[in-house]
Design a protein around this ligand. Structure first.
Ligand code: ZN
Length: 175
């Protein structure tokens, strides 16, 4: 029996940093980091026959490209039937006419789902909990920048995740 894509994702969320490129490849999706995309484009997913290809902009920081990969993974897992020939994500992670595609089937609600999916993939709750506990001692808490380095995500992505989990008080350095 074929495994569901979401199960293939979940099997690969137990090591830090999560290897999102390997997850995509396990789903038979090709990955192109450091791609030359349009000016306002952070990432895209396109269909080529039976295959899908995810690209991220080489103009952006490695941590940001990881988030974009995970966002496109979210579209692939959650919205595959809406991808059609492809979709572009702007720097705000919105379907945009600035790139090769203008996919109007992808709405703001889908973008929010993909962002939430990306955060959960890159910062899995059990792993994040474990690392915060390991890095805490008495009154001493980990600094958010240490968690960003460990999980290879931006400050804003980590802050958003911690706030959403109700864990902002467990770390130092959140402003
Ligand atoms: Zn998107």
């Amino acid at each position: 029996m074929n495994k569901r894509p979401i199960d293939i994702v979940k099997e690969r969320l137990d090591t830090v940093p999560v290897n999102v490129g390997a997850i995509l490849r396990a789903l038979d999706v090709d990955v192109r980091k450091d791609a030359e995309l349009g000016e306002d484009i952070s990432g895209e997913i396109r269909r080529d026959g039976e295959r899908y290809i995810v690209s991220t902009s080489g103009d952006e920081h490695a941590f940001r490209q990881r988030f974009t990969l995970a966002h496109e993974l979210g579209h692939f897992v959650l919205h595959k039937s809406l991808i059609g020939t492809g979709l572009d994500d702007s720097k705000m992670y919105r379907s945009t006419e600035a790139g090769d595609f203008y996919n109007t089937a992808i709405k703001l609600a889908h973008e929010r789902q993909a962002n939430s999916f990306a955060a959960k993939v890159l910062m899995p709750k059990p792993l994040l909990k474990q690392k915060i506990e390991e890095m805490s001692e008495g009154d001493s808490k980990p600094h958010i920048s240490e968690l960003c380095d460990l999980f290879q995500v931006s400050y804003s992505a980590m802050k958003w995740r911690l706030v959403n989990l109700g864990w902002a008080h467990k770390v130092e350095g959140i402003v």
